[in-house]
Design a protein around this ligand. Sequence first.
Ligand SMILES: Cc1cc2nc3c(=O)[nH]c(=O)nc-3n(C[C@H](O)[C@H](O)[C@H](O)COP(=O)(O)OP(=O)(O)OC[C@H]3O[C@@H](n4cnc5c(N)ncnc54)[C@H](O)[C@@H]3O)c2cc1C
Length: 212
Amino acid sequence: MVVTDKGEYEARTVIIASGKRTRELNVPGEQEFKNRGLTYCATCDGPLFADKNVAVIGGGNSALDATLQLIKIAKHIHLINIVSGLTGDPIMREQVEASDRVSIINNVKVSAVLGNKFVNAIKIKKEDREETIDVEGVFVEIGLIPNSDFIKDVEKNELGEIKVSLRNETTQPAIFAAGDVTDVPEKQIIIAAGEGSKACLSAFRYLATHRF
Ligand SMILES: Cc1cc2nc3c(=O)[nH]c(=O)nc-3n(C[C@H](O)[C@H](O)[C@H](O)COP(=O)(O)OP(=O)(O)OC[C@H]3O[C@@H](n4cnc5c(N)ncnc54)[C@H](O)[C@@H]3O)c2cc1C
């Protein structure tokens, strides 16, 4: 039984494909400049910032991955990290730290995103001191939250992503999952679509091979 705010639906299989939502900065200017210089996906939007100065916000694997992608595209990258050091994979960290196209700014918080029609700067804050950095792009890379809170009966990993087998089975029979809400690596449309079709075929096979 799937319970929604519009009714209840009985089914013999369910496919969960509720995706992920981005963790936001919650600072002035973020909503205003979303998709106008401020983005949450370097893989998707990186090429729009060729030869531009940009900021990547974060200090973990997502931010390091975004920075490494942007090193090949952007002019200069300001990596803005809220804690005292980068926390991601050591090999990615070394590459980022070795690049003369990256300035790592630790122990600072983004306090605002500024611009006119498009982003033209960010404001950062260290203790009581505020500083403005001119950038044309802001990549918010502080993580994605899976929309999986509503389902309690399936196993999830430490990030809250639903664990699935190669056939998109969850740990509960008849419940399948696909796309960004699962622990399948890489969150991209083509992958989610492929996983969705795999989940449909698995649900079909489940129905065809069980007596009800
Ligand atoms: C800003 C941004 C830009 C991106 N750009 C690109 C790009 O250029 N190229 C690319 O390949 N990928 C891009 N991605 C990634 C891509 O959007 C995802 O990988 C893909 O959409 C995942 O598909 P999905 O069906 O798993 O989830 P989604 O597309 O997120 O769909 C999930 C759906 O489930 C609904 N939902 C959530 N919770 C519930 C619930 N409890 N009950 C019912 N419904 C629910 C949501 O409202 C949503 O409609 C981008 C992602 C973001 C955030």
